[in-house]
Each structure stands twice: as C-alpha cells, then as structure tokens.
Design a protein around this ligand. Structure first.
Ligand SMILES: Cc1cc2nc3c(=O)[nH]c(=O)nc-3n(C[C@H](O)[C@H](O)[C@H](O)COP(=O)(O)O)c2cc1C
Length: 197
C-alpha cells in the first residue's frame, strides 16, 4: 500500500466548514500521515529536516488547502520555499523526491463555472495551479490533476460530506497505486470514472 502524506494548510481552521468536514473524514485513515502545518508551525519556523524525513518516508504528497487569492495560504508557500532545497529536491543530485506522486486538494469559494476565460476568474484552476505543477515537475515528481471542492459558500453540509466520502475513496485509489496514465485527460480527479462508479 502506498504511503500518503497530507500537508494541510488552513490559517483559520477553527472557523472552517468545508475543510473541517473533509479533514474529519480522512485524518485518521490507515496509511495516511496527516500533518496540520498551522498547528505544527504557528510561528512559521519550519523544521526542515523533520519535513524532509516525512517526505522521504512517503510515496504520495498531497498539498491540501483552501484556495487563497488563487494560490495557497502563506505557510504552505513557506513550506515549499524552505523544504524543497536545492541539491536535495532539485538541482545536481537533488533527487530525493524522484518518482513520488503529488497533487493539490483544494476548496474554493468560486464555482467551477467561474474558472474559465469568460468567467469572473478568467483562468482555469489548472492554469492557476501551474506553479505547483512545475514545482513538482522540477523535483522529478509526477503531478496529478487536483481534487477540488468548488463553490463552498453555496454547498450544503450534506454535499460536503459526499465530497469527503469521495476524498476518502480517492485516497484508497492512490494507496492502491492510481497513476497518471489511469487519469486520462481529466482536468480534475473528481471526474475520473474510478471515483464515480
Ligand atoms: C483570504 C482569502 C482569500 C480567498 N481567495 C479565494 C480565491 O482566490 N478564489 C476562490 O475561489 N475563493 C477564495 N476564497 C474563499 C475560500 O477558498 C473558501 O472560503 C474556503 O475554501 C472555504 O473552506 P473552509 O470552509 O474550510 O474555510 C478566499 C478566502 C479568503 C479568506
């Protein structure tokens, strides 16, 4: 079974509705290490060696966060800046993460329909996530499409619980070895047939 590390980043988790439902469902799942970055590093002083050890011990890295200004909250960025060191994660001999898989799990206030050329947000989620995709690529990781919960302000708790069930199922598929080749041309993992049967 593949080992999964969920790096969770939410600056206001005590006020969260969407992510608290998702996290409740998956945080104690077998084979999953759930790491709440804001709980672990409230002062932003990241223990780089401990994080590198965690990464080394896992096969799949999930960046799980609410979408904030079309990106991640600041501690998630701090984690990327501090932990993915030259010569370790990338660059000459920087191959510690080679062949691991990586993806974003995001919640957004905007609905999917708003994330397109003619929508309020002008660009697709895939386009906004390019820096994450290329960060993973540069580190030799295989970047999978995101799993998204979109339009959170309009979603009832019942539907959020359905998303949490789907997230749980996705983790099961990843643990069994879901690969990029299995995902086809889908822009969102939400849409792959394996999650919808
Ligand atoms: C500072 C801030 C920035 C946000 N930026 C975006 C954004 O760029 N796009 C978007 O769709 N939603 C944005 N939102 C909405 C959040 O993504 C949404 O409230 C969150 O995903 C809901 O999850 P929660 O209930 O766990 O907090 C933003 C919210 C805050 C507080």
């Amino acid at each position: 079974m593949k080992k999964i590390l969920i790096l969770f980043s939410h600056p206001k988790f005590e006020k969260s509705r969407a992510n608290s439902i998702l996290v409740d469902k998956i945080k104690d799942k077998e084979g999953v290490t759930f790491c709440d970055l804001y709980e672990r590093y409230p002062d932003f002083n990241i223990d780089v060696e401990a994080e590198k050890e965690l990464l080394t011990a896992h096969d799949i890295i999930i960046w799980h966060h609410p979408f904030y200004w079309y990106s991640c909250p600041p501690l998630m960025k701090q984690w990327i800046d501090m932990v993915l060191e030259f010569g370790w994660a990338y660059g000459p001999n920087g191959n510690a993460l080679n062949t691991k898989k990586c993806l974003n799990v995001i919640t957004t206030g905007g609905t999917r329909a708003l994330y397109c050329e003619k929508g309020t947000n002008s660009f697709s989620v895939t386009e906004f996530l390019r820096p994450f995709e290329q960060t993973a690529n540069l580190c030799g990781m295989r970047y999978l499409p995101p799993f998204t919960i979109m339009g959170t302000h309009k979603i009832e708790d019942k539907e959020l619980h359905d998303y949490a069930d789907k997230y749980d199922k996705l983790i099961g598929l990843l643990q069994q070895g879901l690969k990029l080749a299995d995902v086809g041309n889908f822009s969102f993992l939400n849409d792959i047939p394996q999650l919808n049967t």
